[in-house]
Write a protein that binds this ligand. Structure first.
Ligand code: FE2
Length: 344
């Protein structure tokens, strides 16, 4: 036990070994800030993490990134807000391919001092490593998309306790009609109990569809949703201003809604965990991903599944496929530390 009340326990980090115990035990105490809400509900909104001007910079850079593909996308012409004018995304706006997780703007967001500060305070260490997550740029009211809620969590049911905490940095005004993050408040705390229930609550196949498998993503059934409702877990839509940040325990049931207003949704997913959670093998794999501009799951320290799949248009690889970012990151000491390559 450290003087700060955080206890590290033995760590298993090799996917797909699901025998991990809790990674950290937080001694119950009063913090007097966002920690209290996070530890109570498994999620919290943190305001004004970056300035509105900085958020606008990221919005413009994300739009520029879409222009770079030269597919005729025009942010001011809604008729171009279709698949043929956009690079290939997941669920209508999440970009993990084309080296996107290693674009300069992705690393700039990860190295925002106030973003790092959140994870330093959360884990009570300065020695953090980051996931190589993607970004989300979602056009509202796209006519070529069919969408339905996809409640899931990004922690496999065999990993127990709080092992990873996800985050997103929001760049655009995000009100009730602007889509975005839906969280089932309190569901993280009931994760183990939920999966310990008899199988009648879980009437679908546990194996996620292949495209989701690499993300360690568990899709909940309608019965699961009802179980969480019955246990008092409220579904909330997180509304945000540019520069706000959301943190959620990876056991939290959640999904993203597509925007229905006029505002394009702009987000960078960011997750960090203590470097000490990672095995040398996991760090080696991260190094390989970093050097080859490959993305990972939301997990920074384990479950490193290099996202090497090439983006497909129908059966074919997208002609705009590329394996490097348009704008490579500046490889600073901090970037190398967060990538897990350089020790603290
Ligand atoms: Fe997710």
């Amino acid at each position: 036990m450290t003087s700060t009340g955080v206890q590290a326990t033995e760590v298993e980090t090799q996917a797909p070994n699901f025998t991990s115990p809790d990674l950290v035990t937080f001694t119950p105490r009063h913090y007097g800030d966002w920690h209290d809400e996070f530890h109570k509900n498994g999620c919290v909104l943190i305001k004004n993490v970056i300035s509105p001007e900085r958020a606008q910079y990221y919005r413009e850079k994300q739009i520029q990134w879409l222009h770079n593909f030269d597919l005729g996308f025009d942010e001011n012409d809604k008729s171009t807000w279709t698949e043929e004018h956009l690079s290939v995304s997941f669920k209508g706006g999440m970009y993990f391919a084309y080296g996107a997780p290693h674009e300069k703007i992705a690393w700039e967001a990860r190295t925002e001092p106030a973003v790092i500060d959140i994870f330093e305070k959360l884990w009570e260490t300065k020695e953090l490593i980051s996931s190589f997550d993607g970004m989300n740029i979602s056009m509202p009211r796209r006519k070529d998309l069919h969408w339905s809620p996809w409640p899931h969590c990004d922690q496999n049911q065999n990993r127990k306790g709080m092992q990873a905490v996800q985050g997103l940095l929001n760049y655009a005004p995000n009100g009730p009609k602007d889509g975005g993050l839906m969280l089932r408040k309190g569901s993280a705390k009931l994760f183990d109990e939920c999966f310990a229930q008899k199988r009648e609550y879980f009437d679908h196949e546990d194996a996620p569809p292949p495209e989701l498998e690499y993300m360690d993503l568990f899709l909940f059934s309608e019965k699961d949703v009802k179980w969480f409702e019955k246990h008092g877990c409220e579904l909330i839509k997180v509304n945000m201003q540019p520069g706000y940040f959301v943190l959620w325990d990876s056991r939290t049931m959640h999904y993203a809604c597509l925007p229905e207003g006029d505002q394009i949704r702009h987000v960078q997913y960011i997750c960090m965990t203590p470097r000490r959670f990672a095995t040398p093998e996991a760090l080696e794999l991260k190094k390989e991903c970093f050097e080859n501009f490959v993305g990972t799951t939301h997990w920074p320290h384990c479950n490193i599944r290099p996202a090497k799949e090439k983006p497909k248009r129908g059966l074919n690889v997208c002609p705009k496929y590329r394996s490097e970012p348009f704008e490579k990151p500046e490889v600073t000491d901090l970037v190398l530390k967060l990538a897990g390559i350089k020790a603290y």
